[in-house]
Design a protein around this ligand. Structure first.
Ligand SMILES: Cc1ncc(COP(=O)(O)O)c(C=O)c1O
Length: 482
């Protein structure tokens, strides 16, 4: 991270890279934005990229790649079995994590599928600091359930806890006693906990969780998809690691767990995924699944070009200048919004800025998907695509009733090294306008609701003509401006 002092005294999140390839983006007039949102069934997943000005849906598979990653793609060795590319990637992963075995898979959820197929038994319970949508779906498909043991601060929108992703180890001990260790399929710690606002897990917490799991003989799995943000926060927020090397922190994390898996659409700025372990028995069991569901063991469903890019991207992820870019931009946007009185998750996490839809849209009932409605409104207001992380992202209970989310968030993700500071300021401006006009935003209801992962391709409609009212107000306030 640049340790630069500005003469003005201002704190500016300085970009430690230069842009050498660009993509033109479109900002449609507000009426067209409303039409696009309507055609997309008021679900931001169903928008077309061509119609989006700033795509803040996710950082998954859309991070800027370095010139070294592109160069590495040219040396890809394409072969069904025994590709040199695989051995290069394996070596990088072994070097970074110090684990013995690497199994490739086409993305993060494919790793979850393999792990769940191998370990989860019907009726078992997986304990997690917090669930991720696809992780929970794979555990459920195998007949298991998920129990979340996040610390109490983790679910508070505003907190001074610097590691809100920590698992409550008291709750873990209690859960092991109550459930019985033989019924616990695994304990899973997610780095940079996605669904609670990209919040990190402290090393002290991981050490303690690991100690408990090892003493009980329970497998500990670490989801490293958002590892880089977590590494950044460990270094910045924990005095013990102030002078530590990023790679040493990574090595210590790996030494505490039995399995690491990751989506390299996030970690390593490429497209793919992988599972790492030093446990022979688990390795052999999981290995059987790879050719069955993914592809042969030396590509696992990935393009070898992406594997080359991943190998370089992973090495670059050990550089503080590279990994600090997202958290410092997230912090910049959160600070601008907070200064305008807009409720955001604090302290700022990695991944993106998370707006608290419960406060922003308190007038919308939770059953009308207030975070989803806010996501639609933000797109209409500024061509900015965010992601609902609330009740819409939940699955209904067995009896068909809504499972109301603990937090209703709108996530504005920062693909790594993609946006500029003026774009961040634009986002803050349009959201400030929306906040002033928040009473115009209304709820949504499903018209097509898939049973599994409904937020991906479910379609909704507004409960009133609120989108038209919003467009009218926009024209009134911004005149001819886009
Ligand atoms: C924490 C976490 N785990 C797993 C996944 C799944 O990865 P993928 O999208 O590559 O399937 C994601 C994706 O966003 C994630 O954020």
């Amino acid at each position: 991270m640049p340790n630069l002092k500005f003469f003005s005294g201002e704190s500016v999140p300085l970009e430690m890279h230069k842009v050498r390839m660009v993509q033109k983006i479109n900002l449609h007039p507000v009426e067209k934005r409303m039409q696009c949102m309507s055609e997309a069934g008021f679900n931001t997943f169903l928008l077309k990229n061509l119609d989006i000005f700033l795509d803040m849906l996710t950082d998954s598979g859309v991070n800027a790649m370095s010139e070294k990653q592109y160069a590495a793609m040219l040396q890809a060795d394409d072969s069904y079995a025994g590709s040199e590319t695989y051995f290069r990637l394996e070596k990088v992963l072994q070097d970074i994590f110090g684990m013995k075995h690497f199994l490739p898979a086409h993305q993060g959820r494919a790793c979850e599928h393999i792990i769940a197929q191998t370990i989860v038994k019907p009726g078992s319970v997986a304990l997690m600091n917090y669930h991720f949508t696809t992780t929970k779906a794979h555990v459920s498909l195998m007949g298991g359930t998920v129990e979340e043991l996040i610390n109490d601060e983790g679910l508070k929108i505003q907190s001074s806890n610097l590691f809100k992703g920590d698992m409550d180890t008291g709750k873990l001990t209690e859960a092991v006693k109550r459930i019985g260790k033989e019924k616990i399929s695994f304990v899973r710690i997610e780095a940079g906990t996605n669904l609670v606002g990209g919040q990190p897990v402290s090393m002290a917490n991981l050490r303690e969780v690991s100690r408990i799991c090892r003493s009980e003989g329970i497998k500990l799995i670490y989801d490293a998809s958002l590892l880089t943000d977590n590494l950044y926060f460990i270094k910045i927020r924990d005095p013990e690691f102030k002078d530590a090397d990023i790679k040493d922190i990574t090595r210590e994390i790996a030494s505490l767990v039995d399995i690491i898996y990751f989506s390299s659409r996030k970690l390593g700025a490429a497209r793919g995924g992988g599972i790492l372990t030093s446990n022979e028995e688990l390795f052999i069991k999981m290995r059987e699944m790879v050719p069955l569901y993914e592809g042969f063991l030396t590509y696992g469903g990935m393009s070898v070009r992406e594997m080359e890019a991943m190998a370089v991207g992973l090495q670059e992820s050990m550089d503080m200048d590279v990994i600090s870019q997202t958290p410092i931009f997230v912090e910049a946007l959160c600070s601008e919004l907070q200064a305008k009185g807009i409720p955001v998750v604090t302290p700022p996490g990695g991944l993106g800025c998370h707006i608290d839809a419960t406060e922003f849209c308190s007038h919308i009932p939770q059953t009308h998907y207030r975070a989803g409605a806010l996501a639609s409104a933000v797109f209409i207001a500024g061509g900015i695509r965010g992601m609902e992380r609330g009740t819409m992202s939940e699955q209904r209970n067995e009896d068909g009733s809504e499972r109301l989310a603990e937090m209703e968030l709108l996530r504005l993700a920062f693909p790594k090294r993609v946006f500029t500071l003026s774009q961040v300021k634009y986002v803050a401006d349009r959201i400030a306008w929306l906040f002033k006009n928040r009473n115009l935003i209304g709820g949504l209801e499903f018209v097509e609701e898939p049973k599994v992962l409904r937020f991906f391709f479910g379609r909704l409609k507004p409960v009133s003509n609120w989108p038209d009212m919003l467009v009218q107000q926009f024209r009134k306030d911004f005149g001819e401006s886009l």
